[in-house]
Design a binder for this molecule. Structure first.
Ligand code: ZN
Length: 256
């Protein structure tokens, strides 16, 4: 590949990255609502890029679960189900336990200071719009992942955290979904103290409580719905001994 081609290629991936960052932010702050259409041509025009570049960006966001690609290549902001949201949180908990296990007792003073500064910013944004608080809280978790210096962990944590962030904006009641700021401070203290078991337990409780606060009203599982619907019919059958014998017996009865 000539230098010129290679620079053109990296220019393209820079632009894909720029669109992804802008769209990700607009989606998790709910400027773009779940189900909103994202036409390639409009995006291309807005960001001054070709449709091909816009399509690459949409593909990347689809891989992260923030965008759904429908038939005829129509892209929309994803609308995950309640169960998908809960599943994403369960995966996130395990990944982030791994993050803090790796970081416990290994952070430099500068890194601790960076984390504290971030939590101060979360504190300052507390009375602002919910969506901004949710984004800042999510970025705290991504910051932790980045401190592991493990690219694969950063990638997985970012993807699942943004996915959770989208579902928080969708399902949570107002002021219910932010990470508790004091819990972020406790995490930092336990990391600095190097208490691996404690910080893993704290992370588990912290994310589990975010999920429970936010996802407080699950849609009833379809299976239970069906059972509820069928309950009166089943009761009726139980009270009718003639219904117990095999089908052929009922047919005979009907024929008599
Ligand atoms: Zn948090």
């Amino acid at each position: 590949m000539s230098p010129r081609q290679s620079s053109r290629k990296s220019e393209g991936s820079d632009k894909v990255g720029t669109i992804c960052r802008a769209l990700r932010r607009a989606i998790i702050e709910q400027a773009l609502e779940p189900g909103a259409k994202l036409p390639e041509d409009a995006l291309g025009e807005r960001f001054g890029v070709s449709r091909t570049i816009a399509r690459h960006a949409l593909g990347q966001l689809a891989a992260e679960g923030l965008v759904e690609l429908r038939r005829n290549r129509i892209a929309v902001v994803a609308t995950p189900s309640w169960q998908e949201a809960r599943d994403a949180f369960d995966i996130r908990i395990e990944l982030e336990r791994l993050v803090v296990r790796q970081l416990a007792g290994r952070l430099s003073k500068n890194q601790i200071a960076t984390l504290k500064t971030h939590v101060d910013a979360e504190d300052a944004a507390r009375n602002g719009p919910d969506a901004v608080s949710i984004r800042l809280a999510t970025e705290f978790h991504i910051l932790l992942a980045q401190m592991t210096n493990s690219p694969i962990l950063v990638r997985y944590v970012s993807e699942v955290a943004y996915r959770c962030c989208l579902t928080l904006s969708m399902f949570s009641r107002p002021h219910s979904s932010e990470c508790a700021i004091n819990e972020h401070r406790q995490l930092i203290a336990a990391l600095a103290a190097g208490d691996e078991a404690k910080v893993m337990a704290l992370m588990h409780t912290h994310l589990d409580s975010v999920a429970s606060r936010a996802l407080v009203t699950p849609a009833p599982p379809r299976g239970r719905d069906l059972l509820d619907i069928l309950a009166p019919y089943a009761d009726e059958e139980d009270n009718e001994p003639a219904a117990k014998p095999a089908k052929s017996a009922r047919v005979r009865t009907a024929a008599e």
